[in-house]
Design a protein around this ligand. Structure first.
Ligand SMILES: *[C@@H]1O[C@H](CO)[C@@H](O)[C@H](O)[C@H]1NC(C)=O
Ligand SMILES: *[C@@H]1O[C@H](CO)[C@@H](O)[C@H](O)[C@H]1NC(C)=O
Ligand SMILES: *[C@@H]1O[C@H](CO)[C@@H](O)[C@H](O)[C@H]1NC(C)=O
Ligand SMILES: *[C@@H]1O[C@H](CO)[C@@H](O)[C@H](O)[C@H]1NC(C)=O
Ligand SMILES: *[C@@H]1O[C@H](CO)[C@@H](O)[C@H](O)[C@H]1NC(C)=O
Ligand SMILES: *[C@@H]1O[C@H](CO)[C@@H](O)[C@H](O)[C@H]1NC(C)=O
Ligand SMILES: *[C@@H]1O[C@H](CO)[C@@H](O)[C@H](O)[C@H]1NC(C)=O
Ligand SMILES: *[C@@H]1O[C@H](CO)[C@@H](O)[C@H](O)[C@H]1NC(C)=O
Length: 421
């Protein structure tokens, strides 16, 4: 856009007076500024595409591609859920909504239908064969753990009890399918980099402190994995983040308040630098899961602002609905980090689940989960006050995230093209 305007301006310059020219230049500057961000992204994109087609290692058959993330929810009472809640040996009490009294079970029956193609059917055996002698590791916050539990259910329900096990050690938990020597693991690192919330159990602290430059303590546990799935989002949504230069133990560490968006950027820079230099790009497949939206303000879908996801039984039908529970700015930061890695020759596939998840206001545990502390009378009288509108009931929405992951693991290039749009 800016380029075009410049061409126009040079032909005009010949005919226009000096004053008009100045006016025109100002206009160009203003318009240019608006388009600058987009333009530079497009330029990067062009460069990358050019270099890649020169190398000849990318097939650019866009006619074969289909955006799996653009579509609609279809009630499918026959094929869904993909497993029964009570059949999942390693289900979490945070997510077992039926067990904790939810009567309306329609949330289990929705299928994601992309607009221009179908999702491949999830085949646990095929995935296990793909994972033979391999490690698949989810790294991130409790939403990523939610997706990991879903994956363990999807795969685990097809394995008899004596051939599977679960083993935990600190921040790392591993599900193992013995016949395949395959593990599906989860590593707790809610901010990806080191932070004061790294304890897998005791991490609810009033102040958020991150060592934005340090990731190796965590990364040592997953750098050699074969498939890595990252996320990190909710823990950055704070008015303020303290960034620490130095170590938590050392008395002369320097603490500075940093804008959350800026500290997020710093952390993702650390993350991508680590990947660039430590991940074996010949063997490791990388994914980043976009934000999972929260549904804490019912006025965003036409109800009273005092309500939230509690008592919701239907998805939102408005196409393109976007609540305040997801941040486009943070999404841009992630996209930027992924673009940067692409320029350095490392592919990270972006699982763009935000929009499709926005619709599912009824899929949260709400009050139907284990309460870790006894409820007060006040809470009981006011179920909205303790409803969980962040995580997701299983079976449910994260099963679909895993179907998308499954499609991306197998249909590598097809989905990657979408990400490159
Ligand atoms: C593309 O290749 C040119 C030279 O061939 C190089 O200068 C440039 O940095 C490359 N760009 C990317 C994004 O790799
Ligand atoms: C994510 O998917 C939505 C819905 O298809 C789309 O509007 C949005 O542009 C996508 N974002 C990225 C970064 O691909
Ligand atoms: C599923 O469909 C059958 C009829 O096809 C119906 O009787 C049943 O109530 C439906 N279940 C749900 C959860 O809607
Ligand atoms: C699932 O995958 C396995 C291994 O690739 C294959 O043998 C089996 O036929 C598949 N099952 C279905 C229902 O497609
Ligand atoms: C089992 O899988 C691990 C990776 O998780 C691998 O290092 C090991 O070599 C495998 N064992 C055998 C016998 O192949
Ligand atoms: C737990 O992990 C630590 C390293 O982080 C290791 O030294 C220890 O042996 C592990 N324990 C078990 C029971 O696997
Ligand atoms: C990756 O593959 C390339 C070409 O096949 C090879 O030259 C390189 O040594 C490999 N790198 C690693 C870390 O295995
Ligand atoms: C739940 O929603 C239904 C309508 O969908 C309404 O009749 C009922 O009063 C609501 N219950 C509570 C406790 O808000």
């Amino acid at each position: 856009m800016a380029k075009k305007l410049q061409v126009v301006s040079s032909s005009w310059a010949i005919r226009c007076s000096f004053q008009t020219l100045i006016g025109l230049l100002v206009a160009i500057l203003v318009i240019g500024a608006i388009y600058l961000t987009r333009e530079s992204e497009q330029l990067l994109e062009e460069q990358v595409t050019n270099n890649q087609s020169k190398d000849g290692d990318e097939s650019v058959g866009s006619s074969t591609s289909c955006d799996l993330f653009s579509g609609k929810w279809v009630f499918d009472n026959k094929s869904y859920p993909l497993y029964k809640e009570q059949d999942c040996t390693f289900m979490s009490d945070q997510l077992a909504c039926e067990k904790f009294g939810r009567k309306d079970l329609s949330y289990q029956h929705w299928r994601w239908q992309p607009h221009h193609c179908d999702l491949p059917r999830f085949n646990a055996t095929a995935l296990l064969e793909r994972l033979r002698n391999k490690r698949l590791v989810f790294v991130g916050d409790s939403l990523n753990r939610n997706q990991w539990v879903s994956m363990v259910c999807l795969v685990g329900t097809s394995i008899p009890p004596q051939l599977k096990s679960m083993h935990g050690n600190g921040s790392l938990v591993a599900f193992k399918a013995h016949e395949y020597n395959a593990t599906i693991e989860y590593y707790w690192a809610p901010l990806l980099v080191e932070s004061n919330s790294d304890d897998p159990v005791k991490h609810r602290l009033p102040d958020r402190i991150v060592r934005a430059q340090s990731i190796e303590k965590h990364a040592l546990h997953w750098t050699d994995a074969d498939i890595l799935i990252f996320n990190s989002y909710l823990w950055w949504r704070r008015p303020k983040i303290k960034v620490l230069w130095g170590s938590f133990e050392s008395p002369d560490g320097i603490y500075k308040d940093v804008q959350p968006l800026r500290s997020y950027e710093m952390a993702l820079k650390t993350w991508s630098d680590w990947l660039e230099f430590h991940v074996n790009r010949n063997k490791t497949q990388l994914f980043f899961v976009s934000m999972s939206p929260i549904h804490e303000k019912a006025n965003e879908w036409g109800k009273d602002a005092a309500q939230n996801c509690y008592n919701e039984t239907e998805p939102i039908w408005k196409e393109g609905h976007r609540g305040s529970g997801s941040s486009p700015k943070m999404m841009k930061v992630v996209e930027g980090a992924i673009e940067g890695l692409k320029m350095r020759g490392l592919k990270v596939q972006f699982l763009n689940i935000t929009q499709l998840t926005e619709y599912r206001k009824e899929g949260h545990p709400s009050i139907y989960r284990k309460q870790w502390e006894p409820l007060t009378e006040e809470q009981v009288a006011n179920p909205e006050s303790y409803a969980d509108c962040i995580h997701w009931c299983l079976p449910g929405v994260p099963d679909v995230w895993n179907e998308l992951l499954y499609a991306s693991i197998f249909g590598h290039d097809k989905v990657k093209e979408e990400v490159e749009l």
